[in-house]
Design a protein around this ligand. Structure first.
Ligand SMILES: [Zn+2]
Length: 242
């Protein structure tokens, strides 16, 4: 959650619900509009961006018992199940009751459960087969939109109800020694059919490095139009249609 920004009054607890895809359509639009002008809330959302994928690894009972207790249990019982739809449903329910501002606390507590549960579920997953259902929807190279040495490919997949974009991004070695230590800040963006754009990841890369950033969104793959890599000033360097 975000604090202290006066424009944020009324929005500070929306981040968790937004990341979990639990906001109603109109609320989501409204919040995205607020996000476009509010760095504090964008940061808050950014901090939670990887959460749905992690939450999917935790069984609901564990997460909710942790959320209820506020004290993490000493041991975490297997097996992992799909928590996200449950948690999103809870968020929607709280919303209907007018008490959904408490979601932020639950998300934080569930995140604590994730920290504990992941090593356990990783072991379980090896024995009982993968708990995550991942389906590749689209993949391919990104085409340069300007003169850039960067090469990249993307993969869009659905994973437990979320849309995940994986990126492979290579920056060739510098031609001149002077350039070898220069750091580039790049970001991964998706554009929806209705034109709404969102940043899913940001990373820095220097010549000679290959990175595999990824990001998750609650928007379904059918609603996504393009995936892009932009530089720090927002210029599109590479892009691909989905
Ligand atoms: Zn804000």
């Amino acid at each position: 959650m975000t604090e202290g920004h006066e424009l944020c009054v009324g929005y500070t607890t929306w981040d968790g619900a937004y990341v979990l895809g639990a906001l109603a359509r109109d609320d989501r639009r409204e919040y995205e509009e607020h996000l476009s002008g509010c760095e504090a809330c964008r940061t808050a959302v950014g901090k939670l961006a990887g959460l749905p994928g992690l939450l999917a690894l935790v069984d609901p009972e564990t997460a909710f018992s942790v959320a209820a207790q506020e004290d993490p249990p000493a041991s975490v019982p297997p097996p992992p199940e799909r928590l996200l739809p449950t948690l999103a449903g809870q968020a929607a329910k709280r919303r209907r009751r007018g008490r959904w501002w408490t979601l932020g606390g639950s998300v934080a507590a569930a995140a604590a459960a994730v920290m504990i549960a992941v090593p356990v579920t990783a072991t379980v997953a090896r024995d009982a087969g993968p708990a995550i259902v991942q389906q590749v929807v689209a993949q391919g190279p990104l085409k340069p939109q300007t003169d850039t040495p960067i090469q990249a490919t993307f993969k869009v997949s659905t994973i437990n109800g979320q849309t995940r974009v994986d990126m492979w991004c290579q920056y060739p070695p510098a031609a001149e020694a002077d350039d070898a230590s220069y750091l580039w800040t790049l970001s991964l963006w998706v554009t929806r059919d209705d034109g709404v754009q969102s940043k899913l990841a940001e990373w820095t890369v220097k010549p000679g490095q290959t990175l595999t950033p990824d990001g998750t969104t609650s928007v379904s793959p059918e609603q996504l139009k393009t995936v892009e890599i932009r530089n720090m000033s927002g210029k599109v360097l590479l892009a691909a249609g989905i």
